[in-house]
Design a protein around this ligand. Structure first.
Ligand code: APR
Ligand code: ZN
Ligand code: ZN
Length: 361
């Protein structure tokens, strides 16, 4: 029997979001219905609402979520009703060229539910990132459910489903930050702060946080930044070089997604260092760099998709570290809100007032 629940939809380009009754089908083969307990508000949800991702309105927003599996369809063996899970948007297929080469964190054919959730009049919904979790319940592919230790608070766990995982993964997976490395992080919102926390966890010797907002720099310190630079007042490339013996950082993580900050990252790294781009640019942005500098500075210019995470490997591990007191995921939760406060949370996010607002259900 399909069920009716409340959910937050984006009805059309730039229209305010609203709560609607969502029809959630019973899980079919390979699918699961999850009772959502918490879901963070991410920039990507706002981009969906603004029409910046596709025109497939109406969207069922929300994708940084944790909850409890309520029912599973035929053939589902990895999770069962009652399991506490974080939802992921990389349900690896095991068959694409990345998976077959043993690189499932790049999986090019990730799974989503085949059935559609709808409005009561039958209008099909497009779930954000194949999840749609600003809703009391959601239908996903079973592979999108990653079991973790249920001792963790849902509002903390859910954040690993997107932004915080992207930042931690940018440092530890893509950037390969290790003991003794010097790291700079440009842009210290939720993603950049997670990159700071990830670098700290990995044993970086020096972590330089760069932002244009002093409030963000203060928070970055609590996440493990050893130095901060306000790049409105100080040239960040010079400052990072000064703090690294004149050379630049081993790894520079760009967590804004703009050409000018990318250039700062490019020139603030040491020879043979690594730049990691985890900020997401928009289609009209262009980058111009002297090709001789690209060659002459060597090293690696990498992008980090979803922190190059493998949910089955990374989610349980990071939750365990959190429960052991070695990674303060709770610090990313600025506020918990209700389902009907998502629009307000978008505003606060836009003004840079929050790391994460998290809807609790
Ligand atoms: N230089 C340095 N910092 C900047 C600059 C700049 N020119 N412009 C903005 N910032 C800072 C902001 O002050 C803010 O602290 O970058 C941070 C961006 O953080 P958020 O807006 O909270 O975004 P976040 O959720 O961290 O995501 C950052 O990563 O995944 C992507 O789509 C996401 O592109 C976005 C980026
Ligand atoms: Zn695959
Ligand atoms: Zn997201």
């Amino acid at each position: 029997m399909a069920q009716e629940v409340r959910g937050v939809i984006a009805p059309g380009k730039d229209e305010p979001v609203r709560i609607e009754t969502i029809v959630v089908p019973d899980p079919g083969p390979g699918e699961a219905v999850v009772r959502v307990q918490a879901c963070g508000v991410c920039h990507t949800d706002l981009h969906y609402k603004q029409g910046g991702i596709s025109d497939d309105f109406p969207f069922l927003l929300g994708h940084e979520a944790a909850g409890v599996v309520e029912a599973v369809g035929d053939g589902v063996t990895d999770v069962e009703p009652g399991d506490f899970v974080i939802l992921n948007w990389r349900a690896v297929c095991g068959k694409c060229r990345a998976c077959l080469r043993g690189r499932p964190w790049y999986c090019f054919d990730t799974h989503n539910a085949e059935q559609k959730m709808t409005l009561t009049d039958g209008t099909e919904l497009s779930p954000a990132l194949g999840i749609g979790a600003f809703a009391e319940k959601t239908l996903v592919a079973a592979g999108q459910c990653t079991k973790v230790d249920p001792d963790v608070a849902p509002q903390v766990a859910g954040l690993l489903g997107c932004g915080v995982m992207a930042g931690i993964g940018a440092a530890i997976n893509t950037g390969n930050v290790g003991r003794g490395d010097t790291v700079a992080v440009i842009g210290c919102g939720g993603v950049g702060d997670a990159a700071v926390a990830g670098s700290h966890l990995a044993g970086a010797a020096r972590i330089i946080a760069v932002d244009i907002d002093d409030r963000k720099l203060e928070t970055a310190r609590t996440m493990g930044a050893t130095h901060t630079v306000n790049s409105r007042e100080t040239d960040p490339v010079e400052a990072i070089r000064d703090l690294t013996g004149g050379f630049g950082a081993d790894v520079v993580i760009e967590a804004v997604g703009r050409p000018e900050t990318y250039k700062q990252a490019f020139y603030a790294r040491d020879l043979a260092g690594t730049v990691v781009l985890v900020g997401v640019p928009t289609p009209e942005m262009k980058l111009e760099l002297p090709l001789l500098d690209v060659f002459g500075r060597g090293g690696a210019l990498k992008s980090s998709w979803y922190g190059d995470c493998l949910p089955s490997r990374d989610f349980p591990m990071l939750i365990d570290l959190h429960l052991q007191g070695r990674l303060d995921l709770g610090a990313f939760v600025t506020e918990t809100i209700q389902l009907d406060e998502v629009e307000k949370a978008f505003e606060r996010m836009h003004h840079g007032d929050v790391l994460r607002s998290v809807v609790v259900l």
